[in-house]
Design a protein around this ligand. Structure first.
Ligand SMILES: C[S@@+](CC[C@H](N)C(=O)[O-])C[C@H]1O[C@@H](n2cnc3c(N)ncnc32)[C@H](O)[C@@H]1O
Length: 340
């Protein structure tokens, strides 16, 4: 058994209003589902004046590869007497990190938080052990300008998004195309109309890309599909069983509301959830997991849980993840699993 010390990214406490270590402890516990042996005694320890997340375990190389993807991981050390021995982190990073960090816009979900929710969801799903080597598909049915989809690309996965706002879909297309051109990566990107029962029902952004010329030649391409449509009316628009996990940041009910049937704004993200979940479920493979975040100031946790339970999902318990974002937003996370 060894004692390990994980240094958290300096940005983490800005994201979580000084709650970064508590969230990292919760995320570390979730990684337990894939590690080769148990980790214990996770704690925050000050070493040489700097805070570390310390824990006891016997990490194999593969365990370190898994933990390298912890959303706030910066550096990992093994404690040897009163010295720290550096262990090399090997995060999944198919592309340069500016794919994730460049986009900045009002209503963006923080990228580190998005990675946290994606990790927790993946680790609760039947695909957890394929995290490092699997070609998985991540669905974000409220995808905005693609923070979740970009994280999926980084991990080497495919992404499927749904977004009602055409301006967001167009902005995401423009960002990806510009970024891919600048990196000189082979790709295609087109926005095409989609018909349902003969009528124009939506638009679909289709992007294919490869991380290198060799990957492109070998056909190792990644795909992003974004449907510009109402997420509560997806019937017939997406293939069933397309996704291994679903990750979504619900409208906050503050500046960024959810659209109601009349195209206006509603302050009730749970109404949206209630109407959307039945249509999301058929898109998920058996054993898929759902990870949702939302503002508890406008929607109580128990009510969100009730919606998931009423749709036959099993809640996956987590250590407390609620945290303050700003004056109007207290954010929480719910993870559930499709049983059938
Ligand atoms: C909190 S934002 C998600 C932001 C996204 N994670 C990002 O970083 O860009 C919620 C998104 O849901 C979209 N939305 C709200 N109601 C919707 C609906 N009925 N169908 C599809 N998208 C919807 C909003 O336009 C908004 O982009």
């Amino acid at each position: 058994m060894s004692r390990y010390a994980l240094l958290l990214a300096p940005s983490a406490n800005r994201v979580y209003a000084d709650q970064a270590s508590r969230l990292a402890v919760a995320e570390l516990a979730a990684f337990g589902s894939v590690l080769s042996s148990d980790i214990s005694d996770a704690d925050v320890t000050v070493l040489g004046g700097v805070e570390y997340l310390t824990f006891t375990g016997a990490l194999s190389e593969r365990d370190i590869s898994y933990l390298s993807n912890l959303s706030s991981a910066y550096a990992l050390f093994e404690q040897v007497d009163d010295l720290l021995r550096p262990l090399t982190l090997t995060p999944l990073a198919r592309y340069d990190s500016d794919l994730i960090t460049i986009p900045k816009y009002a209503g963006k979900t923080n990228e580190q938080f998005t990675k946290l929710v994606l990790n927790l969801t993946l680790l609760a799903s039947a695909s957890a052990e394929r995290m490092l080597d699997g070609h998985l598909t991540v669905l974000d049915p409220l995808c905005g300008r693609g923070t979740t989809l970009n994280q999926a690309l980084m991990y080497g996965y495919d992404g499927v998004g749904v977004e009602i706002d055409g301006k967001d879909v167009e902005a995401y297309k423009l960002f990806l195309q510009t970024w891919l051109k600048r990196k000189r990566l082979k790709h295609t990107a087109e926005l095409v109309p989609v018909r349902r029962q003969g009528k124009r029902a939506a638009r679909r952004l289709e992007v294919t890309m490869a991380a290198s010329k060799d990957d492109h030649k070998a056909g190792a391409v990644q795909k992003i599909t974004v449907l510009q449509a109402d997420t509560t009316q997806l019937e017939g628009l997406l293939r069933g069983g397309v996704a291994d996990i679903l990750v979504a940041d619900l409208p906050y009910g503050v500046a960024h509301g959810s659209y109601d049937d009349e195209g206006g704004i509603t302050r009730r993200p749970l109404d949206l959830l209630e109407r959307a979940v039945p249509g999301w479920l058929p898109l998920l493979r058996p054993g898929a997991a759902i990870g949702l975040s939302w503002n508890t100031k406008v929607a109580k946790r128990e009510l969100a849980e009730d919606i998931l339970l009423a749709n036959g999902l099993a809640l996956v318990p987590q250590a407390p993840l609620e945290h303050r974002v700003d004056q109007g937003i207290e954010r929480d996370v719910l993870i559930a699993r499709k049983t059938g």
